[in-house]
Design a protein around this ligand. Structure first.
Ligand code: FBP
Length: 556
């Protein structure tokens, strides 16, 4: 690493992540359960994944198994957005491979799946690994958002793996990247390749979770980092007593990050996209709700407050969602033509003709910058929501309404809003103890699945609210988590994103408290992540994870 090492980095390099008992060095075996199947779209998924469909769920336990002890060559790649703990997955993988056989080699593919396709890699030595232990970021080998999907990409990967004599590839990524892992695993098995493919659940968004995967890594650290900042802003709000802070939080479609930060800090308003979708709330109703609270607080002499907004919100407001879906279908067919139009005016003219009247009206009513972002998709077909400035849109609409009410003599106070976006600030934070331990364990478990020659699996670590000692590692067949969704106008197999469960304990706890938080100042100040000190401070998991495992005692 070229940069000078900070005092914290130096001390943190010494931290030895905790591991579940079964992964702590003794002999290991893999227990296999019943054949698995996805919850829906069984036939479609079986047809697309004939070689890897139906594989059993696996548990890694202590005992004498026949895992490979010969030297292995394994590749690793980081895919998609950064998430704290990625380096520790690699360190856990490295240490476990070397412990099984010191002659084993680990190769890091650079800049994401694109590096796998191009065959760009370097051997990861102990010296490289040691420099990145317990650090945030993905800078050891960097990341990228390419997708291994075209037949020529799959063939290029196979050839590279043959040239390297690679036994396994570990793909560290979110739902889309783990889906990609399944596609590659299926292809390689069908081609008779020896290379197995294992996925690791990564994303700060917290939306890659299900019965098998309790949490994606990085969510804990990112949510704690944002919560520290929100807490600081709450304190500033009550000190200056003159600003309304509108804070948009990263997290893509799901509102897990926003909900977790609300549970940690108790802002006056938190919008949860999933609730807005369930209730069919319109944009103007959201604005009315915010204005009502702003006015009530002004009546009580509190001309300040804090609003948190999930970045995925636009996709959950019924009229905007319908318009985005229509746009996705149109882009699936006419992407190149729309891209070739000289300016936004021309694009608007064209879209006016092809969108339904309602969607054309909604699209036309949005600010130009948002219109332009809505015409782009990433390689997985997602709208790049982190670029949509929803907090500013809400500020404009709320300010307009308060201005109107002031003109009519209905209210008389000044509304001074400030906009913030917290996203990239949290994705590369030094991993919390939880994420440092969790990711190191995920890496160690991935090594065991590769040693067992398993393919098309995502690593899982369960029982996460208990001490690491009691965590249980295993593997979940990716095909078990798939469903068919429309992407770029085409039915595509993808891992189902976990949205906030409206019946779940985290949402219940929030819903039971939000009226109190809206009008009274119940802010909570979590402060910065602590790496040294009492376990109840340093090892605490997220409120979401705690409530999901213990239920909502406070809600009655
Ligand atoms: P992943 O789904 O790849 O983990 O990405 C997470 C995320 O941070 C989202 O919350 C955000 O919308 C997106 O990445 C931003 O993408 P980019 O890094 O390409 O700007």
């Amino acid at each position: 690493m070229s940069n000078e090492i900070s005092a914290l980095q130096k001390a943190r390099a010494e931290y030895q992540p905790k591991l579940p008992k079964a992964l702590r060095g003794g002999s290991i075996k893999i227990l296999l359960g019943e054949p698995s199947h996805p919850e829906t779209d069984l036939d479609a998924i079986r047809n697309l994944f004939p070689k890897t469909f139906g594989q059993p769920v696996a548990s890694i336990v202590e005992g004498d198994g026949d895992l490979c002890d010969a030297p292995l060559k394994v590749g690793v790649v980081l895919s998609g957005g950064q998430a704290p703990g990625g380096h520790n997955v690699i360190a856990g993988l490295f240490d476990a491979l070397k412990a099984a056989n010191p002659e084993s080699k680990l190769y890091g593919f650079s800049k994401g799946p694109g590096g796998v396709i191009k065959g760009k890699y370097q051997e990861l030595t102990a010296e490289i690994i040691d420099a990145y232990r317990n650090t945030g970021g993905f800078d050891m080998i960097m990341s990228g958002r390419d997708k291994i999907e075209k037949p020529e990409d799959l063939a290029a990967c196979k050839k590279n793996f043959e040239d390297m004599s690679l036994d396994g590839l570990v793909i560290i990524g979110g739902d889309d990247s783990n889906t990609n892992a399944a596609v590659l695993a299926e292809y390689l098995r069908e081609q008779g390749s020896k290379t197995v493919v294992i996925g690791v659940p990564k994303t700060i968004d917290g939306d890659m979770k299900n019965e098998q995967i309790e949490a994606s890594f990085g969510f804990d650290t990112a949510a704690k980092t944002y919560s520290e900042l929100i807490g600081n802003i709450c304190r500033d709000a009550t000190s200056a007593v003159k600003y309304w802070h509108f804070i948009r939080l990263m997290g893509r479609a799901a509102s897990h990050v926003t909900l977790e930060c609300a549970l940690q800090t108790h802002p006056n308003i938190a919008l949860i996209s999933e609730e807005i979708q369930t209730k069919g709330t319109t944009l103007s109703e959201i604005v009315d709700y915010i204005v009502e609270i702003v006015c009530k607080r002004a009546d009580a002499g509190k001309n300040y407050g804090v609003v948190v907004v999930p970045e995925g919100l636009p996709e959950f407001i019924s009229d905007i969602k319908a318009m985005i879906d229509e746009l996705s279908n149109i882009l699936g067919k006419d992407d190149e033509y729309i891209g070739s139009l000289p300016d936004q005016y021309e694009r608007l003219q064209y879209l006016n003709n092809v969108l339904s009247d309602r969607s054309a009206r909604v699209y036309g009513s949005l600010p130009r910058e948002i219109q332009e972002v809505l015409l782009t998709r990433d390689s997985h077909g997602n709208v790049p929501l982190s670029q949509v400035e929803t907090e500013r849109l809400l500020i404009d609409l709320v300010a307009d309404k308060i201005r109107l009410m002031t003109d009519r003599g209905e209210v008389d106070f000044s509304f001074s809003p400030l906009a913030h976006f917290f996203g990239y600030e949290g994705r590369c934070a030094a991993p919390s103890n939880f994420d440092a331990d969790y990711t190191y364990s995920l890496g160690a478990a991935a090594a065991q699945l590769v040693r067992a020659g398993m393919t098309g699996y995502t690593v899982n670590i369960q029982n996460l609210t208990s001490p690491a000692d009691e965590w249980v590692a295993g593997g979940t067949p990716v095909t078990m988590m798939l469903n068919m969704e429309m992407r770029k106008g085409k039915q595509t197999p993808v891992i189902k994103k976990a949205l906030v469960d409206m019946e779940g304990a985290p949402f219940d706890w929030f819903a039971a408290n939000r009226v109190d938080w809206a009008l009274n100042d119940r802010y909570s100040f979590p402060g910065p992540i602590q790496y040294f000190g009492p376990s109840e401070v340093c090892d605490k998991p997220t409120v979401t994870l705690e409530l999901e495992s213990s239920g909502c005692k406070q809600c009655g």
